[in-house]
Design a protein around this ligand. Structure first.
Ligand code: ADP
Ligand code: ADP
Length: 229
């Protein structure tokens, strides 16, 4: 039961750089996986291709058993909006929308109605009293919690997070990582997180290592010390 499967992914950018050189991997439902590797090893490219934000040059991506790479542009956007959540390092919240409007945006884009449990989602994430604030009034950690709430609101098969703690102080980073763990272990979601931080990676159930656009290893139940080696 894989939430995400990528098969022989290759990605060569227009400038001739090959960022992915044949990556195959599976991400089981209900697991939290960290993706690590040196700068330039292809981590972001892997996430972008797996999430349908970019297309691989060759290879296939399956989300919840359906092939994302087989869909055309418009259908792919729709597919992505309903089945995939994405959390970015810099939050990517819309500054003119309130916390609640930001969280509900994916549903509006998908043409869905406001869920009856919108309030509970925000409460659960500790944002219940900030719902009508603009993002600029929130701390970095709070903003990232809003971004996590937004990524979850469509109940996607998988949430991809690219350096979600990269801009946060230690305490906020731990809060957001604890939240991602809870999302996986209490709500059965699937999270794939790119990070260069061994402490962040230690919150995951497993780590995949990339080097030069290829899978270079993996580790189950990582500890920060083992990952930092
Ligand atoms: P990482 O996330 O591990 O740092 P990336 O996936 O961002 O790695 O980048 C992998 C390689 O692809 C790097 O050499 C990078 O310079 C290159 N690259 C990334 N994005 C682009 C792009 N849009 N156009 C051209 N080259 C890119
Ligand atoms: P939660 O709030 O979900 O319980 P924690 O912050 O307690 O999350 O961390 C969960 C797991 O992540 C711990 O059991 C431990 O394995 C790992 N972990 C957390 N912080 C660190 C750290 N500083 N160094 C190494 N591993 C850590």
């Amino acid at each position: 039961n894989d939430a995400v499967r990528v098969e022989s992914l290759y990605k060569t950018y227009e400038n001739g750089v090959t960022a992915l050189d044949g990556v195959s991997a599976r991400f089981a439902s209900g697991t939290f996986t960290a993706v690590m590797g040196p700068s330039g090893s292809g981590k972001s490219t892997l996430l972008q291709c797996a999430a349908g934000l970019d297309l691989p040059t060759a290879g296939r991506v399956f989300i919840g058993g359906a092939e994302l790479t087989a869909t055309k542009d418009t259908a792919r956007t729709k597919f992505r909006r309903s089945r995939v959540g994405f959390v970015f390092q810099d939050y990517n919240l819309l500054p003119s929308l309130t916390v609640e409007q930001n969280v509900l945006l994916p549903l509006r884009l998908a043409g869905k109605r406001r869920p009856a449990n919108a309030r509970q989602i925000l409460d659960r994430l500790g944002l219940g009293d900030r719902t009508h604030e603009l993002p600029e009034r929130l701390s970095g950690g709070q903003r990232q919690r809003v971004a996590v709430a937004r990524a979850l609101v469509t109940e996607p098969a998988v949430v991809f997070a690219d350096e979600p703690t990269g801009a946060l102080d230690l305490r906020s980073a731990r809060e957001v990582l604890g939240l991602l763990r809870a999302v996986v272990h209490e709500y059965g979601r699937t999270v794939v997180m790119v990070t260069h931080d061994p402490v962040a990676a230690a919150h995951a159930d497993a780590v995949l290592f990339l080097a030069d656009g290829r899978l270079a290893g993996s580790m189950a139940h990582p500890s920060a010390d083992a990952v930092a080696e």
